[in-house]
Design a protein around this ligand. Structure first.
Ligand SMILES: O=C(O)CCC(=O)C(=O)O
Ligand SMILES: [Fe+2]
Length: 159
């Protein structure tokens, strides 16, 4: 899929090596114990892509300024573009903003994400330059995003 994106945007561009720095994350929520309307506020993911699934409702994504339920069937995945893909494409591909609603009556909620990251050991050059003509530092952006939620830095994997 990343190769197809590259071919569409810049066939001469760097191939993304996503094998080593992509990872699975399991989120577990106890909606019944929370008083908040949102279990996760609206955000974009700081990765190239996020592949997400859940058997429980709650995930919503933004379309034309409004949030819509993802309504994933048990055998469905949602593939969401993230902020690093925006950097790779000079702003051409915008991230999908999403949030997790606290659905009344739901006691437990689990979701599984596969976060697709470019290698920080062998980072690609952006396929399209930013508006000011510069090329963003994909390696640095990937490392910084990985630290956003207080998780261990992805940079540690490169050592
Ligand atoms: O729990 C979900 O369905 C989505 C979680 C999410 O957006 C995230 O962890 O970045
Ligand atoms: Fe997210």
């Amino acid at each position: 899929m990343l190769d197809d994106l590259r071919d569409a945007v810049d066939p001469e561009g760097d191939r993304i090596d996503a094998a080593e720095f992509s990872y699975l994350q399991l989120n577990y929520y106890r909606p019944g114990r929370e008083t908040r309307d949102l279990l996760q506020d609206a955000h974009e993911d700081g990765h190239l892509l996020t592949i997400v699934t859940s058997r429980q409702p709650g995930l919503e994504f933004e379309v034309d300024g409004r949030f819509e339920p993802a309504n994933l069937a048990p055998d469905e995945l949602l593939i969401m573009p993230g902020g690093i893909l925006t950097l790779m494409t000079g702003g051409l591909m915008q991230p999908l903003v999403h949030q997790v609603r606290n659905v009344p009556g739901l006691r437990k909620r689990a979701s599984l994400m596969f976060f697709v990251n470019a290698s920080v050991a062998n980072p690609p050059r952006a396929w399209i330059a930013a508006r000011d003509g510069t090329y963003p530092d994909i390696r640095q952006a990937t490392i910084e995003s990985s630290q956003m939620f207080g998780l261990g830095s992805i940079g540690a994997l490169a050592q």
